[in-house]
Design a protein around this ligand. Sequence first.
Ligand code: NI
Length: 223
Amino acid sequence: MKNIKPGLLALSIATASHGAFAFQQGDIIVRAGLANVSPNDSSSNIFVGGDLGVDLAVGDDTQLGLNFAYFLTDKLNIEVLAATPFTHDVDFGVNDPLGTGDRLGEVTHLPPTVTLNYYFNIPSSALQLYVGAGLNYTVIYDEKFTGANDAAGLKNLSLDNSFGFSAQVGVDYMMNDQWFINGSVRWIDIDTEASFNLNGAPGRVDSIEIDPMVYTLSLGYLF
Ligand code: NI
């Protein structure tokens, strides 16, 4: 019995700490799954010399989303959203004024977001709901026109990075003490502007609101 007792004690402590489904201060969770960035985009018109009378549209993309959170208290966690890079088509909003096809080019971005989440934390429930607010920094890079547009004289596309607010609602469904399924819907305020050259003449789009909804479906693990 001398050998078994410490084992039973450790087991009973482990059961007590995660016997209920609610998260606890000090918990670390990791989630991995699919993240879809779906822009609610709008933009001002494209300027090259004058107003071309045409705006831009930004397409959506789905990538691998990764998510880490640490519980500061039983009800509050701080979460970092990471992902593999998203690539979005950039199109003319209406008719193509250059006659090179509606697709202008594409941009790639990474939208790391830090969020403070509040858990309603019902101890006996396998379903844990939370709401969160945070800050996003979107790094936009690898901006390029399509080959046809490049051949038509469109060069040097550049979009500014964006810093803005983010908000989300989410739910964790505990399958057991360690594994859970997560779904979340997040809004991110991503605003940028673009510059480019058309046959050497400077062009610009002063305001591009991407403001996407980000939908994630993940598998989570509680350490
Ligand atoms: Ni915005």
